[in-house]
Design a binder for this molecule. Sequence first.
Ligand code: PGA
Length: 241
Amino acid sequence: MNILVYDNDEQIGIAAGNYICGQVLAKPDSVLGLATGSTPLKAYAQMIKLYESGAVDFSRVKSFNLDEYCNLDVNDKNSYHSFMAENLFNHININRDYTNFLDGNANDLDAECMAYEEKIDSMGGIDIQLLGIGSNGHIAFNEPSDSFEKYSHVVKLKESTIKDNSRFFKSIDEVPTHAVTMGIGSIMKAKRILLIATGENKADAVKQLVNGNVTPMCPASVLQFHKDVTIMLDKGAASKI
Ligand code: PGA
């Protein structure tokens, strides 16, 4: 694991945005695995800045998002479709036909998940997967559990995740209870992984990710087995390692 510690999240955003754009410069038709949440916002801002400066071209890039809520309209402001449009896709020249999401409203969610995996494989796999980490050690919506779920699947969200995400909704009752998410196996298949974490509330999860036993009780710990992981932390998130 390549662990980089920065003074603040501004610096992480610049470093992470540059890292992802570096991938696109090296391979203009890269397949990016993208994440939502507060953590990647500054990285996306840096990617937009580099695009606006003419340094990088996203026209041939493909993307796959990690997860999406179930039973939430894709046009709802809290859907991950809306998040990506607002915070990245509307501001760069990515071809929207090349952006992919799991459909949390599909009639047959299992078939939807299988088709998503097949589509990722058919495009040659993900070149770089961006990840945040939950305060409970989750990656995407792979929550702590007794076993690692390999591929894309439906999940019932843990109370702690619903609570973490309720800050975006009017009330906690509005937070969807289920989501569709890439699995641990899907994430581990990515050629490179970039995980970002900021704030002391992530310090325990980061400690387990870096120094703990590999266990599905901390899904992120499985990244110890990946051969190309870069972790960007601020001092708070790095305070227990
Ligand atoms: P956050 O979420 O970036 O909003 O903290 C990260 C995650 O839950 O993966």
